[in-house]
Design a binder for this molecule. Structure first.
Ligand code: NDP
Length: 288
């Protein structure tokens, strides 16, 4: 276990709630494995207390931190510098503190892209259908567009967040080569046509997450086809109804577990410059 001394550096997670998070175990294990002198703690901080927490961490010289809900948007505004992905989405999940200068990054989308690649699926230059435009979906959307996915159709309900999604889509069309279009779910044939020539279908919504495991965002399973890779950001349950029905239709599938692992690995790399020993972390904390 960690041998904490006067030299030990601080990494942490800010958000509320945080007690359930696997991040402390993942990062402390990685630091132990590599002999890095950091310790990672979780702090329950509500959104309105984020400015104070950030000034404290900056003053105390913490090396960096992760941010989970509800702090992902406000943290972006508290940072001194913002990565391109965080600037486009207005959200971040990672801060790196370089001698008091705070830079905001989003590694959720990086984690998604790596999780897809590790399934031996190549989506660069291909078409994606993405369901949802919330936090997780937006991180995926932005990174996929930046990394060279050719075309992304985003589906979302026309609600309070529609305008925000429109702004992000407009920025991506302006700044990347990716052709991004926002749709609602009104006409199921538009969704069917999009899925038909997509290489990947992603559930980026919370529909089907425990305890509502009987729900699914795709009720018409004839939309699945064998050449489709189907990804769900949800990892509880490990196989949602959406993933089960896709698998039964002959699709290759993956849940959000390794997206979570690889977002952590990407943050770890930003703080320490080192590769997280993901196989060890997988076996200890992400085994099925
Ligand atoms: P948000 O609340 O930001 O987004 C939820 C999304 O789901 C929104 O797009 C929302 O649409 C949509 N949605 C909710 N209910 C419905 C419905 N009935 N029909 C259609 N769309 C619906 O949450 P997050 O993005 O933070 O989390 C979403 C899921 O992703 C959770 O299950 C979470 O556990 C998981 N997650 C996984 C991660 C990973 O690393 N694997 C990382 C982060 C999250 P609208 O905008 O209209 O409200």
């Amino acid at each position: 276990s960690n041998h904490i001394t006067g030299h030990t550096g601080l990494l942490c997670l800010l958000g509320s709630p945080v007690a359930h998070s696997v991040s402390p175990e993942m990062h402390n294990e990685a630091c132990n494995q590599l002999g890095l002198d950091y310790t990672y703690l979780a702090f329950d901080v509500p959104e309105d207390q984020m400015p104070k927490a950030v000034e404290g961490l900056r003053t105390m010289g913490a090396r960096g931190w992760n941010i989970t809900m509800p702090g992902k948007n406000i943290m972006c505004r508290l940072a001194d510098k913002v990565s391109p992905a965080s600037e486009i989405s207005g959200a971040c999940n990672t801060i790196v503190n370089d001698n008091g200068v705070l830079t905001a990054y989003t590694t959720d989308g990086v984690g998604f892209m790596r999780a897809v690649a590790e399934n031996d699926v190549d989506i660069i230059g291909k078409k994606m259908t993405l369901l949802g435009a919330g936090g997780a979906a937006t991180a995926i959307l932005v990174q996929a567009a930046l990394d060279g996915v050719a075309e992304i159709n985003v589906f979302n309900v026309r609600d309070a967040f529609w305008g925000r999604a429109e702004e992000i889509v407009a920025k991506l069309n302006e700044r990347t080569e990716c052709k991004v279009t926002l749709h609602d779910y009104e006409d199921p044939e538009v969704l069917r046509a999009s899925i038909k020539d997509s290489a990947i279908l992603v559930n980026g919504t919370s529909v089907g997450m425990a305890p509502n495991t009987d729900r699914t965002i795709i009720t018409d399973t004839s939309m699945f086809h064998k050449d489709l890779f189907v990804f769900d950001v949800i990892y509880n349950p490990q196989e949602t109804r959406f993933l089960r029905e896709a698998r039964e239709a002959g699709c290759k599938t993956a849940n959000g577990m390794y997206m979570l692992l690889y977002q952590g690995a990407a943050s770890f790399k930003l703080w320490t410059g080192q590769d997280m020993p993901v196989e060890i972390v997988k076996e200890k904390y992400f085994s099925k």
